[in-house]
Ligand binder design. Sequence first.
Ligand SMILES: Nc1ncnc2c1ncn2[C@@H]1O[C@H](COP(=O)(O)OP(=O)(O)O)[C@@H](O)[C@H]1O
Ligand SMILES: N[C@@H](CC(=O)OP(=O)(O)O)C(=O)O
Length: 450
Amino acid sequence: MIVCKFGGTSVASAEQIQKVAAIVKANPARKIVAVSAPGKRSGDDIKVTDLLIELANAALKNEQVEEKIQNVVNRFQAIAEGLHLDNSICDVIAEDLRERVQGDQTNEELFIDSIKAAGEDNNAKLIAAYFTSIGMPARYVSPKSGLVVNDLPERTFALPEAYENLAVLKETKEIIVFPGFFGYTKAGVLRTFDRGGSDITGSILAAAVEAELYENFTDVDCVFSANPKVVNDPVEIKEITYREMRELSYAGFSVFHDEALMPVYKIGVPVNIKNTNNPSAPGTRIVARRPATGRPVTGISADSGFSTLYVSKYLMNREVGFGRRLLQILEDENISYEHTPSGLDDISVIMRSHQLTPENETRIIERVKNELQAEHVEMRHGFSMIVIVGEGMRHNTGLAARAATAISQTGANIEMINQGSSEVSLVFGVLQEYENQILQALYKEFFAHA
Ligand SMILES: Nc1ncnc2c1ncn2[C@@H]1O[C@H](COP(=O)(O)OP(=O)(O)O)[C@@H](O)[C@H]1O
Ligand SMILES: N[C@@H](CC(=O)OP(=O)(O)O)C(=O)O
């Protein structure tokens, strides 16, 4: 059995959904189909998920919502008409949105989640109806049937019983159309995964039914060795290991969500990234092991939006528990961190900036000064992480020097270097404004001459 996931661009219009049907029909092993909400039809379009977030925010501010509901319904209406489906499906969607807007607003995050999920939920129902209408027996299955997730305040993840519950889907005779992006807590409360989280749903389903393959359909032929929007004509990656992909998708390879790797990795289901617009292209396979390619570096990614908490105190290295107490202050603010490069008397804690507010930033700085008696404490913003990844890197000397030279030639200063203990990655912290220039310079260094 194959589980396939179709991303937002693959289900953005009637024409795209017709391609999806043709792909599913072409291989009878494709029995479980996870779908995203309709995404962008062109560069300047708005994803349905973003329209829904606008709707949820307007509802929370008690603003007029009818026009915003209509914007979402119009997207589905254009799809339904193009697929020759009965228009009544749009009335059902409008009613569903009004019901969600009337929902409990006590917890704003959960209220937004319930509205955000309407894109995937209604799209899955619509696609199941379309498949059936063209003679491909299909049924919509709700995540309520078993995709159990944890409670707040932690980020959403599937509980172990989700895999047991969803295993029954492997008995299906019809094609199952399953909405991506959300699950339900044990108490029946809807929670969404992070943005881009339909990849995670597909991976959970593939692991639950022990699929022979997880196919992730998107709008590019394969995973490239660098973001094709920044680097001209980057090298295609035919095979990549789970570890390499995990490191690359953590920092900018938005083509596959980093949290989507764990479920399939655990039981060894291979992943194939493919293009809905060119399904005969072989795509990229994500596997446990791959033959050496002759190149030490497999890919280079870059992501912005990082901040650094810089702390310095003389003799910090002799103070038992300093690091623990510092990280405890961040934990108390429910903040996770990414890297902690350190010297004898100083340490930097690098975190995603979106977790910071002016209030928690002030609290953190005050506590570090008062409780740890640090001499210098500062929060710096506007950093990017550039990550060079390759299984072959540990057998190659001089890579860090080559990378540092290429970066310095752009005029940028390296703020931080972290050689991951996994030995498949090398991370450089730099100022955000140099990100694209550095990515291009590193690509030239490691790929253009190879
Ligand atoms: N290294 C990379 N290889 C391929 N695509 C990449 C890479 N880095 C970023 N991308 C971007 O990821 C996009 C696909 O991911 P996404 O927009 O989430 O698709 P979907 O709508 O199918 O979920 C591509 O259009 C491409 O612009
Ligand atoms: N629709 C959600 C989930 C998702 O995975 O979407 P996409 O497949 O378009 O990346 C989002 O926009 O975040």
